[in-house]
Write a protein that binds this ligand. Structure first.
Ligand SMILES: Cc1cc2nc3c(=O)[nH]c(=O)nc-3n(C[C@H](O)[C@H](O)[C@H](O)COP(=O)(O)OP(=O)(O)OC[C@H]3O[C@@H](n4cnc5c(N)ncnc54)[C@H](O)[C@@H]3O)c2cc1C
Length: 428
């Protein structure tokens, strides 16, 4: 992958935990070896270590190096798909469990922040904004479907109320959801790592796994880095879009997509209040979503645009800033202090890809841009399954995932597909 992952982000500049972990050397044993120290891997490690298992986490770079330390920080419940889609694909009974899982996602984030005292600026409140008239009907349908399944806390905001809450003329309506919110993603990730190590997990950084033995044919489960090996009873693959081609079965069902964020200079209390009065996170409803929020120090963190080619735009700030100014022209004089990007792992149907290779290697990936809360939950489900409680894991594993067509030509094909979505987004 060609994206430059070295640009300093606002999150790195404001990270409150610089704990470093050693690199793996020599041969060690564990009950479970986890590959990847993002939310999925750390969530699984935390649950397993708290249950008394001996867990080793191997991270190629540093904790939160991947999407978990770079994302928009939007904490969203549910899945990318409607409940009617899920009911059709996995049946009513499993869809009911999936609904409950969807509700648990953001609750779990809130509980962990509280329980482990993670200082990560968690703020509740979310606005799904309709910048096309047709999206207002979609918002109502979303609200009504959630109400039919048992959650009626979402409120449609329109007219003067909307103008007072968001300093833009861009939207026809917004759906307020108090279950969702935002946080500092890297500080949250480092907090999970602290909780996992406090429970006994061992984390190794700068320890890229170069050879995997997943035990599919009944053999050993083993992860090997340049300088060491972990032999274990179980493996968790949590490398997501950063795992690259290590596992063909997973790789064929996942497409890494570049997503980008800019952070303005601090805007001051008055401007911050004018832009997002109640400090919710906001996202529009286009295929290529714009997502934004205020940071704790009153910067606008604006994410949008995407690349499907594997090539990083040369001028990240210039790539994203026009989207921000389209919504908030009043920021035209505000300096961009940080611009960065990361990989989102998307699946064909935008549902997470959860499953098992053989009997002892579990994986979860492909949250399709909706993974902050969901990856926390999926990591927990992998831990449950390893401990012999399969029911909730089985629901997620029941979703079948087609492979991306095109083999090695799939990137140009996806780029063409996304051009079609961009055209749709551009139509009023
Ligand atoms: C720019 C951006 C914005 C986003 N915004 C949001 C948002 O606002 N809300 C939301 O819900 N979701 C968002 N997402 C998605 C969300 O961040 C991810 O779904 C989530 O972080 C996935 O966590 P993960 O642990 O599965 O993967 P990652 O966080 O990517 O972690 C994978 C880790 O595995 C490591 N790894 C890979 N291969 C190996 C190997 N061979 N050996 C050892 N380690 C390895 C990597 O270095 C990496 O640290 C965004 C993503 C991006 C990139």
């Amino acid at each position: 992958m060609a994206l430059d992952q070295t640009r300093p982000s606002y999150y790195q500049a404001t990270c409150n935990d610089e704990t470093r972990h050693p690199a793996l050397t020599g041969e060690i044993k564990a009950d479970v070896v986890v590959i990847g120290a993002g939310y999925t891997g750390l969530s699984a490690a935390l649950e397993l270590a708290e249950a008394g298992m001996d867990v080793v986490v191997l991270e190629a770079e540093t904790v939160g190096y991947g999407a978990s330390g770079r994302n928009g920080g939007h904490v969203c419940p549910d899945f990318n798909k409607s409940m009617s889609y899920l009911e059709k694909h996995i049946g009513r009974d499993m869809a009911q469990i999936a609904w409950d899982l969807g509700q648990e996602t953001t609750r779990l984030v809130g509980e962990r922040v509280e329980k482990y005292e993670i200082d990560c600026d968690l703020t509740w409140g979310y606005l799904h904004a309709a910048d096309k008239k047709s999206h207002v009907e979609d918002l109502k349908a979303h609200r009504d479907e959630a109400a039919a399944w048992g959650y009626d806390g979402q409120t449609l905001i329109e007219g003067a109320d909307l103008r007072a809450r968001l300093g833009t003329e861009r939207y026809h309506a917004a759906l307020h959801d108090p279950r969702a919110g935002h946080l500092h993603p890297l500080n949250f990730c480092r907090g999970l790592a602290r909780a996992a190590t406090a429970a006994g997990a061992r984390i190794f950084e700068n320890s890229r796994v170069v050879t995997l033995e997943t035990g599919e044919a009944g053999g050993t489960v083993r992860a090997t880095t340049a300088d060491g090996t972990v032999a274990a009873d179980f493996m968790v693959l949590a490398g997501n879009a950063y795992l690259q081609e290590t596992q063909p079965f997973l790789f064929r069902r996942l497409m890494p997509v570049g997503s980008y964020i800019v952070a303005t200079e601090p805007l001051g209390d008055n401007m911050a209040r004018e832009l997002i009065r109640d400090r919710e996170a906001v996202a529009n409803m286009r295929h290529i979503v714009d997502y934004y929020r205020l940071s704790a120090d009153n910067r606008m963190l604006y994410g949008g645009r995407a690349t499907y080619s594997g090539l990083d735009p040369k001028d990240l700030a210039g790539f994203v800033r026009p989207r921000m100014l389209d919504v908030f022209p009043q920021l035209s004089e505000s300096k961009i202090d940080y611009a960065w990007g990361g990989y989102i792992g998307i699946t064909m149907d935008r549902m997470p890809h959860v499953g098992r290779l053989g009997q002892r290697c579990y994986f979860s990936q492909g949250y399709s841009g909706h993974g902050l809360a969901l990856s926390n939950l999926c990591g927990k489900l992998l831990a449950e399954a390893i401990r012999g409680q399969q029911e909730r894991f089985d629901v997620m594993a029941a979703v079948k995932h087609p492979i991306f067509p095109g083999g090695r030509f799939r990137t140009p094909l996806l780029s063409l597909g996304m051009l079609w979505y961009r055209l749709q987004d551009a139509l009023a």
